[in-house]
Design a protein around this ligand. Structure first.
Ligand SMILES: *Cc1c(COP(=O)(O)O)cnc(C)c1O
Length: 405
């Protein structure tokens, strides 16, 4: 788009991923040529791509075990089911999260209990204690939504103190850490997504990590291992399955070798990609820092985040003013998502749109989300692109050049 007046615009897609690395393409072709896509279809002592992916990812995060599954949502549901969460149970989770999180809770028949969000987009610990007590829930599905990580020492300590089992939803924190401990390693299990819009891309897919042998044995069986579980590598020895193999249902949700083949080189590249994402993030941040009326997230020293998306708030603006900002940004090629819209749009829904869950009062979250804007930073952007996005946003947010349409 050309405004013909020297005003900057942007024309790249906010949803364009990088290509799959050539090693991944080659490995995928090999799987296609030999035809053994199912993880348990191996010849001789062949080790399948899926088992190698699990072994590699467990080593990356330092967990004893890893299970590759069909999606991030399946990963969360599988952990909950393996923990014994069932119909009528309550599961605590962030009020600010994405639809698959309450969906995974509902998939085992449980009810989500939403916990308030701070202005820094992390879970509110006081509200967590309060709602744990009032609901009687003993499980927290902690969603590191948009990559914002709470003080994990404090939160894990609080969960221990109040008798709540911590499970992490790391869909936006693959490759991140708090104080040197990888995200996904703070509770009993960590769930990851390998869906196209996350930090590695196999179209669909999920990974679960844990150090708990009994939990992993139940999850391997749940995922649909039949009696093939001895072929897993990042899993406990066959003895761990003896008692549970008779009583654990098969809820098929395996990953296949084709997806694992394209994921393995991406897991190796993750640290380098994290640096690229953070360079993009910092380039937007530097342009917006100090802008009047723009509230940026505080990122603590201990938070080793992955800046694959960027959030900011316009706390003094009304709903119609924010709609104006979104529209002005769109005219100049910047795709902003607003979490305050009354109707869910695209990927952006809120607790109020999940009406299968009991209605809950979340005034603090509503206030935060009503002025929260979000944009993606795919790796197909350069640092110059990110700076340009930051400059355009600074202008549309002050309602100056280009903001007045
Ligand atoms: C994407 C996502 C998931 C998992 O999604 P799948 O599409 O099922 O892989 C979980 N939590 C959050 C916050 C997400 O954004």
């Amino acid at each position: 788009m050309d405004f013909g007046d020297g005003m900057e615009t942007f024309d790249k897609s906010f949803t364009q991923q990088e290509p799959i690395p050539e090693e991944g393409v080659a490995a995928a072709l090999e799987v296609l040529r030999h035809g053994r896509l199912h993880r348990y279809n191996t010849v001789g002592d062949e080790v399948c791509e899926t088992a190698l992916l699990e072994e590699g990812f467990a080593a990356t995060v330092g967990s004893a075990y890893c299970l590759a599954v069909a999606s991030g949502g399946y990963a969360m549901g599988c952990v909950l089911r393996a923990l014994g969460v069932g119909p009528g149970d309550k599961v605590l989770t962030n009020a600010f999260t994405l639809a698959p999180v309450p969906g995974a809770i509902a998939s085992v028949g449980a009810d989500p209990v939403f916990v308030e969000t701070t202005e820094n987009l992390t879970i509110d610990p006081d509200d967590l204690s309060k709602r744990a007590r009032s609901s009687g829930s003993s499980v927290l599905m902690l969603s590191h939504m948009r990559g914002h990580i709470a003080d994990m020492e404090a939160l894990a300590g609080l969960c221990r103190d109040i008798g709540v089992t911590l499970v992490e939803d790391c869909a936006h924190t693959m490759g991140a850490a708090w104080n040197g401990v990888p995200s996904g390693r703070w509770g009993i299990a960590g769930c990851f997504s390998t869906q196209t819009y996350k930090h590695v891309n196999s179209g669909e897919g999920g990974l679960i990590v844990t150090d708990d042998a009994g939990l992993m044995a139940r999850m391997v069986l749940l995922s649909g291992s039949y009696m093939m579980y001895p072929r897993h590598r990042a899993a406990p020895p066959p003895e761990a399955y003896e008692d549970v193999k008779w009583i654990t249902p098969n809820v098929s949700g395996r990953m296949d070798n084709l997806r694992a083949a394209i994921l393995r080189p991406q897991i190796e590249r993750l640290p380098a990609n994290v640096s690229c994402w953070n360079a993009l993030y910092r380039s937007v941040e530097v342009e917006l820092a100090g802008s009047n009326g723009v509230a940026l997230s505080h990122r603590p020293e201990a938070e080793e985040f992955v800046g694959s998306s960027f959030q900011f708030r316009l706390p003094d603006r009304s709903a119609s003013e924010i709609e104006g900002v979104v529209a002005s940004a769109a005219e100049r090629g910047i795709e902003l998502k607003w979490f305050g819209a009354p109707e869910p749009r695209g990927f952006t829904s809120t607790h109020a749109s999940w009406r299968y869950a009991p209605p809950q009062e979340l005034p603090r979250t509503d206030r935060v989300l009503s002025t929260l804007l979000d944009l993606r930073l795919p790796l197909t952007f350069t640092v110059d692109d990110a700076s340009r996005i930051g400059r355009i946003l600074r202008e549309v947010c002050r309602g100056g050049a280009g903001g007045g349409h």
